[in-house]
Design a protein around this ligand. Structure first.
Ligand code: PMP
Length: 352
């Protein structure tokens, strides 16, 4: 009767909604607004389904090696997983078991807190400053590990590589995880530091800049020792996390650098246009280096705008959390989506 006493009770992460409405504008989960590379589409068309009777390669070698070559690393320095969420979840399990509090900012990717609670990892969340900047001194105190996104989410703000390196260098006794889900949109990455710091793990994803959110591919780069520990945890959990089709698509995607540069370029240019247009409509925001803007209006509350946009079929994200409940996070879409967003806001704000 009292089986519930033995249940692990957790407060799960709430992902953004995934509505399926004709003609909606979906700017709520930072997906890529463009289709994936033609090379990925070809792999999907030509994939031989009879191969699916066999298990995939447990090390996802095809993709791991392609990533290593792409970033100029050794195969032993790369780990792949089912989205960066899985890579991060396994990393928390592998690297944050010391008993001292793990540090991440008060305003950040809210999944960090969920994993910490799931695993019973103590944590502390130093407050970002009033401009939503990370205060690096907060990360140069005793801790059991550090994780932060760069650019940060949902603010979009980018910390300099010098700041990141100071935090990594100042914490030789902890693993520092830099979550670079959005780094391709600002061109600042700590990937080049992994050869120099044994305690640095850089995590990236194919979900945003590579238009493959639906396939689920994330990866981490670090020292061979760090990757070995991460693999030990993964192989204690599920040997075959990456399926055959996904491995093949991920590899094909990585080979199409032209598509990648063109796609990221278009998103960055739409982002800069959106910044100018939203500013002229009375919005302010931290200067985003990501594929989303984190905006607040001078007179209309975020909650009200969120509902009005939703009713018009425009989905954005609102976080009901302290310090940020008057902000909306709006993903950068196509130019046409951006035009429809600003046209709607223009009309709505005139009436309010
Ligand atoms: N890190 C951050 C900061 C994110 O915003 C996201 C996307 N929700 C992720 C990691 C996870 O992305 P994915 O699992 O699709 O790679």
């Amino acid at each position: 009767m009292n089986w519930e006493a033995n249940v692990r009770k957790v407060v799960p992460y709430t992902p953004g909604e995934q509505p399926f409405l004709r003609d909606m504008i979906k700017l709520n989960t930072n997906e890529c607004p463009y289709p994936p590379s033609e090379r990925v589409q070809r792999v999907l068309r030509e994939f031989d389904a009879s191969d699916l009777r066999l298990y995939p390669d447990p090390g996802a070698l095809g993709l791991t090696e392609a990533l290593a070559a792409h970033f100029g690393l050794k195969r032993e320095q790369v780990f792949v997983g089912v989205g960066s969420d899985e890579v991060l979840a396994l990393s928390f399990l592998a690297f944050f078991s010391g008993g001292k509090p793990v540090l991440f900012p008060d305003i950040t990717y809210s999944f960090y807190e969920v994993w910490a609670q799931l695993y019973g990892i103590p944590y502390r969340c130093p407050a970002l400053d009033e401009g939503f900047r990370l205060k690096k001194e907060d990360y140069l105190t005793e801790n059991g590990g550090i994780v932060f996104p760069n650019p940060n989410a949902p603010t979009g703000l980018v910390e300099s590589l010098e700041t990141v390196e100071e935090i990594v260098a100042g914490n030789p006794d902890s693993v520092v995880i830099v979550d670079e889900a959005y780094a391709d949109f600002c061109g600042i990455s700590a990937m080049g530091l992994v050869d120099r710091y044994e305690n640095l793990l850089v995590v990236q994803t194919f979900s945003k800049s590579r238009a493959l959110a639906g396939l689920r591919i994330g990866f981490a780069a670090g020292s061979p020792k760090l990757i070995r520990y991460l693999n030990d945890v993964k192989f204690s959990f599920n040997s075959y996390t990456m399926n055959r089709l996904t491995i093949a698509c991920g590899k094909a995607c990585l080979e199409d650098e032209d598509w990648f540069l063109k796609t990221v370029g278009k998103i960055v240019s739409t982002r800069e246009r959106m910044k100018a247009e939203l500013k002229s409509l009375g919005f302010s925001f931290p200067d985003s280096g990501a594929n989303f803007l984190f905006v607040r209006h001078e007179s209309v509350p975020a909650r009200q705008l969120f509902s009005a946009l939703r009713e018009a079929g425009i989905f954005v994200r609102h976080f009901d959390r302290p310090r940020i409940d008057d902000y909306l996070r709006i993903s950068v879409g196509t130019d046409e989506e951006a035009d429809r967003l600003t046209a709607f806001l223009n009309g709505y704000l005139k009436k309010s």
